[in-house]
Design a protein around this ligand. Structure first.
Ligand SMILES: *Cc1c(COP(=O)(O)O)cnc(C)c1O
Length: 380
């Protein structure tokens, strides 16, 4: 069946007890045994819960996987998947990834004896050269935040398979509606469901999806052993959001592309970073690898910090806030809001400059969004 049908029905059959059409919230920590030593289908909500299971089956279906896992946050999903790597293992990590993932690796994984190299994975020969005898995994994220660079997942997976490394892709920015890393050879897909999958800025949640039973077994063990799972009520909220994922992504795409094209022609804008624009250096890869674009992109205003601040202080429809992927439009300042833990020189070297602005374009009417940036840019 098609994506939009599976988003509504996968894992979500009417409740067997009363026929409730919407998945009930099984807000319970524990489940009665049928007899001594005979639990029912579920025994304790950390190891499994019917509301969470409905969401996990839907996630597996939407990513084209066999097993899905829902976590308390995106970072809980990151922490859980990184448990697959042990003391002495080496990882290759793309050098332009979500700041929280970077922080987890350097402050927690490193202390556990996992080593890594940050490499620009757009450079496939550099990836090959960085693989060591103990390299066990490759961490990718595409498009990247906030610079909207793309990685060629098929090329990276091919190298990984040859060398026997696990590949992980943070697919948060595209959602499964526009990009399916498992189909491109990636082993494990990760999401912050806080963003597009839930889509309503009222939940923090994460996900992992695989199509390999052995990896699934390990992840299920760690999800239970670490206790990183998503609760029943939040699972219900994400299930409620996920039903409209396809519709929302199409509208996010339309609004963001229209706004990006308008900004490109504005005299106070130096550069728009959106892979859907023909001028983006990886536009061709985006056409091959993705079936569309989400609502998040960045741009540089002409000038520096002062010009950026004037714009950020003048918006009325856009809200100055971190995060992305919700129905409401947000605007952010990567220099301090998401990347201040990165060395200044590194920020500038990778392109996170003081005039860089990131927007998460929501589902308001496009004319109101353009009018808002037009009046805000008049203050610059
Ligand atoms: C937000 C985000 C995360 C972390 O997810 P949380 O739900 O905030 O824990 C990871 N990766 C990307 C790309 C994100 O945008």
């Amino acid at each position: 069946m098609h994506f939009k049908t599976r988003a509504i029905h996968a894992g979500q059959a009417p409740d067997p007890h009363y026929g409730a059409v919407m998945t009930p919230i099984y807000q319970t920590s524990t489940f009665a045994f049928q007899d001594v030593n005979h639990p029912g289908t579920f025994d304790y909500s950390r190891s499994g819960n019917p509301t969470r299971q409905a969401l996990e089956e839907c996630l597996a279906s939407l990513e084209g996987g066999t097993h899905g896992f829902a976590f308390a946050t995106g970072m809980a999903a990151v922490a859980t998947v990184l448990e697959l790597f042990k003391q002495g293992d080496h990882l290759i990590v793309h050098d332009d990834i979500y700041g929280g993932t970077y922080r987890y690796l350097v402050s927690i994984s490193q202390a556990h004896g996992v080593t890594f190299d940050f490499i620009n994975l757009r450079d496939i020969p550099a990836l090959r050269a960085a693989i060591k005898s103990n390299t066990r995994g490759i961490w990718t994220e595409t498009p990247t935040n906030p610079l909207m660079n793309l990685l060629d997942l098929e090329a990276i997976s091919a190298v990984a398979k040859e060398k026997g490394c696990l590949t992980i892709c943070d697919n948060t920015f595209s959602s499964p509606y526009f990009q399916k890393p498992l189909d491109l050879g990636i082993d494990i897909v990760m999401h912050s469901m806080t963003k597009y999958i839930n889509g309503h800025s009222d939940v923090v949640a994460g996900a992992l999806i695989v199509r390999n039973a052995e990896i699934a077994e390990q992840l299920k063990f760690y999800q239970n052993a670490m206790g990183t799972c998503l609760g029943p009520f939040d699972s219900f909220l994400v299930l409620r959001g996920i039903k409209t994922l396809g519709l929302r992504m199409e509208e996010h795409q339309r609004n963001a592309l229209a706004l990006a094209a308008w900004l490109e022609d504005h005299p106070k804008i130096e550069r728009v970073l959106h892979p859907g624009l023909p001028g983006h250096p990886q536009h061709a890869l985006s056409q091959r690898q993705m079936s569309g674009h989400g609502g998040t992109f960045s741009f540089r205003v002409r000038g520096g910090e002062e010009e950026a601040f004037r714009l950020l202080r003048s918006v009325r429809v856009f809200t100055l806030a971190p995060s992305l992927g919700g129905v409401e439009s947000l605007i952010g300042y990567p220099w301090t809001m998401s990347h201040d833990s990165m060395d200044e020189a590194v920020r500038i070297a990778v392109g996170i400059t003081r005039n860089l602005i990131r927007v998460s374009v929501g589902l308001e009417h496009i004319d109101d969004l353009i009018a808002d940036l037009q009046q805000a840019l008049a203050h610059v």
